[in-house]
Write a protein that binds this ligand. Structure first.
Ligand code: PBG
Length: 345
């Protein structure tokens, strides 16, 4: 005898039962029930807070386009911020440096006395257990604002740049960085950095590669924060075209082959499909960067009273996790972790 389908069973038992067979609302009746069947979590230990450090002393200045985010000088102002981040149980920090002087080679980026190197040393001295990730790029350090060195025609030179990215990585790792995060989008940069680190006996230092980084207008507020707007042209000859997703798989595969330990999709929100595609294809830990523009849009609307900021942030972070990211780099890390802590019993 053929087995009955659910509809056939219910229709033989009457109308009321048929209506009661599938009722998703049963599991939504209380906070406790909803929590029990919740599929995705955002834990502060998976969040990374970006930090801007600036040469000077006694500086804590707010970034105009990013309310609530500051630049810190590497002194007790920075110490206080870092201790707070650590006590909130946040997974790590991602450091960006604003040097006091820039040149065409971005030499402050690989100076042992550079702003980021001094900040790393200080942070590791005071908070040795906090994961410190350092951005490996040149745009904050070059006088022209591009992510590499230029030739006469003003084009970014790939192979000269990756040599310097290797130098930067070694100086950051020597200063104590736990993870190096190259964001310049030069071809073969992961290999060059891996080789440079290994040659300097830093083979244990992992690389978190910005493997698929798009040429995005969502970086606008960051460029104000870091003073890294290119003085001419744009970054489209090295960052990816937003219309591509197969290319993200290709870029990620190349970085994995070159020795990346953690891969990344950036930005996050307009690229959730890319996060999903990369997640399906690779088994490495995957980070997503919830970038400055994504932060500023929410802040601006919240300041105007147009949206409920906390609920929006929860929704955004959960969507990035649902898409498949393990790690989320987000300017909301502190805000979220503070609320998470308050919910703890
Ligand atoms: C540097 C870098 C940028 C960001 C991270 N690293 C800016 C850029 O590529 O222009 C953007 C981060 C953000 O917008 O929050 N290459």
């Amino acid at each position: 005898m053929a087995t009955l389908t659910k509809t056939e069973i219910s229709s033989s038992e009457g109308k009321v039962n048929r209506r009661s067979l599938e009722r998703p609302r049963r599991l939504r009746q209380s906070f406790a029930l909803r929590s029990l069947v919740s599929e995705t979590d955002v834990n502060p230990r998976n969040l990374v807070m970006p930090i801007f450090v600036k040469d000077g002393s006694h500086i804590k200045e707010q970034i105009d386009s990013m309310p609530g985010i500051f630049r810190f000088s590497p002194d007790e102002y920075l110490d206080k911020e870092i201790s707070e981040i650590q006590s909130l149980g946040i997974g790590g920090i991602l450091l960006f440096g604003l040097p006091s002087k820039k040149d065409s080679f971005g030499s402050e980026a690989y100076s042992d006395k550079g702003i980021v190197q001094r900040a790393i040393e200080r942070i590791k001295q005071n908070n040795p257990d906090l994961v410190v990730i350092s951005d490996d790029c040149m745009c904050e350090y070059t006088d022209h604002g591009h992510c590499g060195v230029l030739n006469q025609k003003g084009e970014v030179q790939n192979d000269k740049t990756i040599e310097l990215l290797g130098k930067i990585a070694v100086s950051q790792a020597k200063a104590g960085a736990d993870i190096i995060a190259p964001s310049a989008m030069m071809d073969n940069q992961v290999l060059a950095i891996r080789e440079a680190l290994d040659l300097a006996d830093l083979e244990s230092t992992p690389i978190m590669s910005y493997s698929s980084k798009y040429a995005s207008a969502f970086y606008g507020p960051f460029r104000e924060a870091a003073g890294s707007t290119p003085s001419f042209g744009d970054r489209k000859s090295y960052q990816m075209d937003p219309s591509n997703v197969r290319e993200a798989i290709r870029e990620t595969r190349l970085d994995v082959e070159q020795g990346a330990d953690i891969i990344m999709v950036k930005p996050a929100l307009s690229y959730l499909d890319v996060i999903r595609a990369v997640r399906r294809e690779f088994d490495l830990p995957l980070a997503a960067y919830n970038v400055s523009g994504e932060y500023s849009m929410i802040k601006a609307a919240a300041i105007n009273g147009w949206i409920d900021e906390d609920r929006i942030v929860d929704e955004v972070l959960h969507s990035i996790r649902r898409a498949g990211a393990d790690i989320i780099i987000t300017y909301f890390a502190k805000d979220y972790a503070r609320r998470w802590k308050n919910l703890e019993p």
